[in-house]
Design a binder for this molecule. Structure first.
Ligand code: SF4
Length: 345
């Protein structure tokens, strides 16, 4: 990673203000050390317990007591180990009474009827509308986040903006909007899968009502999560933010986890992929060739959306991606894939 991207990443990571009951390990440490099943939150949490126990000469019993109180969330590769009342890296999921769950499910950041192409899904019921719903929070830390106002906050930070809705009310609303061209429900805007349980139950109700169910996700979730939600999801748009492990780690994600999510989703549902072309992160022609060839190995018909980066959040000093580079990358991707679309040009 070059110095420019590192500065953006540092700015994004430095922006996180640890709060009471939130995992105190900095995003920077997490992003650097992130690997599936690593114990990135383990040592800081247990250190005081170990030190106190060592002072009393009883290290092992105290360590075991500490372990009993900790609960691991295994939804995504962060695998946060949480003390009672502590919130994970995503700022949404919390250890409540020994069980990790999203706090205040159902508080939306936005609800809108959008053209399906805006997700973007260009080859899934084109010309229709979809009821699009966002919550709060995200399990990655992209310095160029296009929706940072909602993704980098919990609903508790912005409770005045959150409109509460039940799963049943949301499905009823989606059904009532059929007359306006609505085909279903899309969870989008923030990272929806940090609200995994709520969305799974909502999708089950939506499928009973014969609604389409769409997830717009970063795909940075462990295999059991994807396997459980996939049968209830009729279409996905999954971000493939870059095609290097270092790049993903710098954003707080894991490339192999995202690739696995794409493979699993494509086994049962319609899948389109979005790569935001960010200078020095995802604009390398060789990486694009590898990415497109890998996608073609799953199915050469998988649509790939290459969207142009514009400065946002902690990348305000950067220039938008050069359209010439966008077209060059699209040409490379089209050597492997049948549908490559350019966006934001
Ligand atoms: S979903 Fe949230 S709490 Fe769970 S492992 Fe990922 S970041 Fe941590």
């Amino acid at each position: 990673m070059n110095a420019k991207v590192q500065r953006q990443v540092d700015a994004a990571n430095g922006a996180k203000e640890p709060r009471e009951n939130e995992v105190s390990t900095s995003a920077s440490q997490a992003a650097t050390k992130l690997k599936p099943k690593t114990k990135i939150y383990y040592t800081p949490l247990l250190q005081p317990i170990q030190e106190a126990a060592a002072d009393r000469g009883e290290l092992e019993p105290a360590l075991e007591k500490g372990r009993e109180e900790l609960v691991r969330c295994e939804l995504c590769p962060h695998n946060c180990l949480l003390k009672p009342g502590q919130t994970g890296f995503c700022r949404v999921r919390r250890n409540i009474d020994g069980r990790v769950r999203a706090t205040r499910d159902g508080y939306t950041s936005s609800i809108a009827l959008d053209p399906i192409e805006k997700k973007p899904l260009s080859f899934f019921h084109p010309g229709t509308q979809i009821l699009s719903v966002g919550f709060f929070g995200c399990n990655m830390r992209c310095p160029f986040c296009q929706n940072f106002e909602i993704s980098m906050h919990s609903d508790e930070d912005l409770s005045a903006r959150g409109r509460y809705i039940t799963k049943e009310e949301l499905v009823e609303l989606a059904v009532s909007l059929r007359a306006r061209g609505n085909i279903g429900i899309a969870f989008t805007y923030n990272e929806p899968l940090v609200h995994f349980e709520w969305i799974k139950e909502c999708f089950a109700l939506a499928r009973e009502a014969e609604l389409e169910t769409v997830l717009v996700t970063n795909g940075n979730f462990n295999e059991p999560c994807i396997r459980e939600i996939a049968p209830l999801t009729t279409a996905w748009n999954i971000d493939l933010k870059c095609f290097t492990e270092d790049g993903y780690r710098s954003l707080g994600g894991d490339l192999e986890t995202v690739k696995r999510a794409i493979v699993l989703a494509a086994e049962s549902s319609h899948v389109e992929i979005t790569t935001l072309v960010v200078p020095d992160l995802s604009d390398d022609p060789q990486d694009m060739a590898r990415e497109a060839a890998w996608l073609a190995g799953i199915n050469p018909g998988i649509p790939l959306h290459l969207t142009r980066f514009f400065p946002r959040y902690h990348s305000l000093e950067e220039a938008p991606t050069d359209p010439v580079i966008m077209r060059r990358l699209a040409k490379i991707a089209r050597e492997h894939l049948q549908c490559v679309e350019l966006g934001n040009l």
